[in-house]
Design a binder for this molecule. Sequence first.
Ligand code: HEM
Length: 205
Amino acid sequence: MGWLVTTLLSVLAVAYAARYLTLDPAVFFSRQRAVYLRHELPLAVHISGAVVAMATGPWQFSGRLRRRRPRLHRRLGVAYLLGCLVAGIGALLLAPIAYGGPVAGLGFAALAVAWLVTGAIGLRMILRRRVADHRRWMLRSFALTFAAVMLRLMLGVAGALHLDFRASYQAVAWLSWLPNLILAWWFTRPRGRAHGSAHDRAHDR
Ligand code: HEM
């Protein structure tokens, strides 16, 4: 159920973001339209990678797909990590010009760094055949990818509550990912060799 909701929300985020690939300013975030027109290249780089990461990520957590189509899992994994790399570089270029100034920009930059680091460690773990650690780090990575969904949901709630948009945006630049990361960390924390974590047990079936 959780996986289904996550996947559906990810598909919606991909559909939202993919409209940017037309480079039609009419679809741009209106408050940033003029800024994006001056920075179309980093924007296009960011969105291209982000769409690939968000579209491939959820399938990697399907145990059935991993068991039945391991080669597909590896290919989607390569696409996911390349997507994160490209989008993460694009995000670092966009962060200084983000709406909401340095407070939001720093939040996005920290998210981008955490995203690049978790993906790189996840890759390193599987190259060393440390499967449980690979799962742990990839779950952390995807929890950060999912910030794109949380950000838009939170902005929707802030809008419904008539909160100040700029202040909400600054807060959401942090709140869209820090709780996700803390939850993912808690859920995948190693709990000693004898017992293994709930996450390990859930996936080792
Ligand atoms: C998880 C790491 C990510 C970081 C650090 C990040 C960072 C950023 C930054 C700094 C901007 C410019 C914001 C502004 O102008 O105020 C941006 C815009 C955008 N990003 Fe990301 N992003 C990430 C992931 C994603 C993902 C996974 C998607 C969707 C598939 C996505 C879709 C977009 C879109 C559509 C915009 C344009 C602004 C909008 O319409 O909301 N991003 N991102």
